[in-house]
Design a protein around this ligand. Structure first.
Ligand code: NAD
Ligand code: UFG
Length: 337
């Protein structure tokens, strides 16, 4: 079976490519490398000893994407191609709406033209918004997002669901990720943010490797036991394996379906810092500062549905996440550069 990974050279896409190739799927990656590096493709091939077909392509561009569908029999699309920096989305909302929504529409149009009936979409826990109780369950109504990035995810879920109403043959799998961290155990692929990291774990690992002086912890006055925010961190390999299960399921399913991919166990920012220090025997310098606007005190997943329907569950521990992050960062101090 041939799987097109739109945005597949990025952090989640590259790890998913490895798991799909190891499970016997053919992988086609199309990426404009706006937030990734072509070296990721070589590394995927090195880990798996398998070939990837890759295209430098802007997924917004229908002519370019049509060519990919014309030249390859695509059975399933996984749509990772999105801009994802929450703060940047507040400053540049139109760029976020244009990129994230147009890529989705182009993919759906090309799928309709070439008879591809299966799409798996990278959504986010952020669509639960501010109103829902924790843990989040798929049956909850979506909430109010605190930034344009979140709204693009919420809107794309709606667009994909509407498309599956119009075409009853279409299978739409919406994967709501919680907080992916870690790296492939080989240390060959991992998270390589451009510029200053927005997310916690890449910031910690860049402090550890000496690229940043100290971590700033945003807020220590939240109503949690140590005052810092709690999140559901999930090992990137567990998340990638969830995509393999979703692809299998999409091929035998019709209509829209939502799955949370998380562990169900939240950790605070301080617990993450302590776990990284302990797992890798490295001290992480940190300072407390004001809360970051838009952050919720805590949320985590109920992933029972993914376990029941997809036969998927996260198995890797926080220690694995911390060790694998450091293995990638110390072997690649400047990422793919
Ligand atoms: P990433 O930035 O590493 O990967 C996204 C990839 O898409 C990059 O390789 C980028 O170059 C590519 N891309 C962006 N716009 C494109 C376009 N118009 N045409 C072609 N390629 C394009 O991010 P990631 O962490 O791997 O995230 C993948 C998806 O998962 C994104 O949609 C993101 O919003 C979503 N997501 C990520 C997280 C997270 O914490 N990492 C959480 C929830 C959801
Ligand atoms: N944090 C710090 N210092 C930093 C970075 C983060 O203290 O330098 C804190 C944040 O305030 C938050 C926690 O670490 O309390 C986690 O922050 P991240 O930015 O790593 O993750 P978020 O939970 O804010 O966001 C992630 C994804 C979003 C997604 C959201 C919900 O980055 O794409 O989860 O799924 F929308």
């Amino acid at each position: 079976m041939n799987v097109l990974l739109a945005g597949g050279a990025g952090y989640i896409g590259s790890h998913t490519a490895v798991e799909l190739l190891n499970s016997g799927y053919n992988v086609i990656i199309a990426d404009n490398y706006s937030n990734s590096d072509k070296k990721a493709i070589d590394r995927i091939e090195k880990i798996t000893d398998k070939k990837v077909i890759s295209y430098t392509a802007d997924i917004i561009d229908k002519i370019v994407v049509s060519e990919i569908f014309k030249n390859n029999q695509i059975d399933v699309v996984i749509h990772f191609a999105g801009l994802k920096a929450v703060g940047e989305s507040v400053k540049k909302p139109l760029i976020y709406y244009r990129n994230n929504i147009d890529t989705t529409i182009t993919l759906l149009e090309c799928m309709a033209e070439y008879g591809c009936k299966n799409i798996v979409f990278s959504s986010s826990a952020t669509v639960y918004g501010e109103e829902n109780d924790i843990p989040y369950v798929e049956t909850m109504k979506k909430g109010t997002c605190s930034n344009p990035y979140g709204w693009t995810k919420s809107m794309m879920e709606q667009i994909l669901s509407d498309a599956s109403v119009a075409d009853s043959e279409l299978s739409v799998i919406l994967l709501r990720y919680f907080n992916p961290i870690g790296a492939h155990e080989s240390g060959l692929i991992g998270e390589d943010p451009k510029g200053i990291p927005n997310n916690l774990m890449p910031y910690i690992s860049q402090v550890a490797v000496g690229r940043r002086d100290h971590l700033t912890i945003f807020g220590n006055d939240y109503p949690t036991k140590d005052g810092t925010c709690r999140r559901d961190y999930i090992h990137i390999t567990d998340l990638a394996k969830g995509h393999v299960k979703a692809v299998e399921y999409a091929a035998k399913h019709k209509g829209p379906e939502i799955f949370n991919l998380g562990t169900g166990t939240p950790y605070s920012v301080l617990e993450i810092v302590n776990a990284f220090e302990k797992a890798n025997n490295i001290k992480i310098k940190y300072e407390f500062d004001e809360r970051r606007s838009g952050d919720l005190p805590e949320f985590w997943a109920n992933s029972d549905k993914a376990q029941r329907v997809l036969d998927w569950t996260a198995t890797r521990t926080l220690e694995d996440m911390c060790k694998d992050t450091w293995n990638w960062q110390k072997n690649n101090p400047n990422g793919y550069e």
